[in-house]
Design a protein around this ligand. Structure first.
Ligand code: ADP
Length: 308
């Protein structure tokens, strides 16, 4: 079977493309005129505050809801087309699991229904690192393990596109960390493109290369993650024993810097970090921390949420 062709962006093939996508609940427009171009082979963060329209958009992409207007292609096919759905793995809200059955048995049910080889169950268990717990009943699973089993179900059949709707919602910090590492590995280990929704910038910032921001159903940003913060200058944040001393040392070395909240902010890109550290140490400063300053990204994201 030949794979459907997909529209191209400058960066490569698109797994999702929409034009004028709109959805109304009654009179209320909750997704408005969205033009999405999601490229293949990447993790795309789909970011917006609660109520922004993320789940509605995802439901439209999967054909679970019918759009009020606009055109949509997912893997080059209309949403809900069985040929597209056969190549999409989705986790929308919490997975439907049989609690009295083991993780392995839950996967086997889907595998048998879809007539996949036995090795597929072992493959997805390995990917989500549930091999050790596969023979325990799901009722004994933590929320994080349940979510990972949900991802394993979505990975069955080697989908080309994985759509995950707020997969870390309700997880504890360890569960969030496990899920983050799992998502990060997926494009490399499975070749799948990932479309990941979240209401938290910090959640997608750490895993996604591309970003789509929506607010009140409208597109606010689409592009590379790092360009979201681009209007601001690159800064490094430095924590030292004596701030005044560090400011003097850095100014002497030619860096533009100022103090903020007890830290020194240096106007310099990340690749200048070793030089900044060397200057501080040579100048006799006690250096406790040096990291990229993220306020630009956060501030720009918040600015996108202002206005109507
Ligand atoms: P998000 O996933 O970004 O939190 P949703 O897509 O769930 O946002 O919701 C977008 C808006 O649509 C919200 O204002 C929500 O209250 C509304 N909404 C969601 N589902 C329904 C529904 N079945 N009927 C009416 N309004 C809905």
């Amino acid at each position: 079977m030949s794979l459907p062709t997909t529209p191209e962006t400058e960066e490569g093939a698109c797994v999702i493309s929409t034009q004028g996508l709109t959805h109304r609940y009654g009179q209320r427009v909750v997704v408005e005129n969205l033009r999405l171009l999601v490229r293949a082979g990447a993790i795309t963060g789909f970011l917006g505050p609660n109520g922004a329209g993320k789940t509605t958009t995802i439901s439209l992409l999967l054909g679970l809801l019918k759009a009020s207007a606009g055109s949509t292609e997912v893997l080059g096919l209309p949403p809900g087309d069985p040929k597209a759905l056969a190549q999409i793995g989705a986790l929308v809200e919490s997975p439907a699991l049989y609690d009295h059955l083991t993780g392995l048995e839950n996967l086997e049910i889907t595998r048998l229904l879809r007539d996949l080889p036995r090795a597929e169950t072992d493959r997805v268990l390995g990917l989500v690192q549930l091999v050790q717990d596969a023979r325990r009943p799901v009722r004994e699973y933590s929320l994080g393990m349940r979510q990972r089993l949900g991802v394993a179900l979505a990975l069955m059949g080697q989908p080309r596109l994985l759509i995950l709707d707020e997969p870390t919602n309700g997880l504890d910090p360890a569960g969030i960390q496990d899920m983050r590492e799992l998502i990060r590995r997926l494009p490399l280990e499975t070749g799948a493109s990932v479309f990941l929704s979240s209401h938290l910038l910090a959640e997608v910032e750490q895993v996604a290369q591309d970003l789509v921001v929506i607010h009140r159903g409208k597109l606010r940003y689409q592009g590379p993650m790092e360009q979201l913060g681009a209007p601001g200058r690159a800064e490094l944040r430095v924590q030292v024993g004596n701030t005044a001393q560090a400011l003097a040392v850095l100014a002497r070395a030619g860096f533009a810097c100022h103090e903020a909240d007890g830290r020194v902010l240096v106007q310099a890109p990340l690749d200048a970090a070793p030089h900044v550290a060397a200057c501080l140490v040579a100048g006799g400063c006690d250096l406790y921390e040096l990291s990229p300053h993220k306020a630009n990204l956060e501030a720009r994201f918040l600015a996108l949420l202002e206005g109507p």
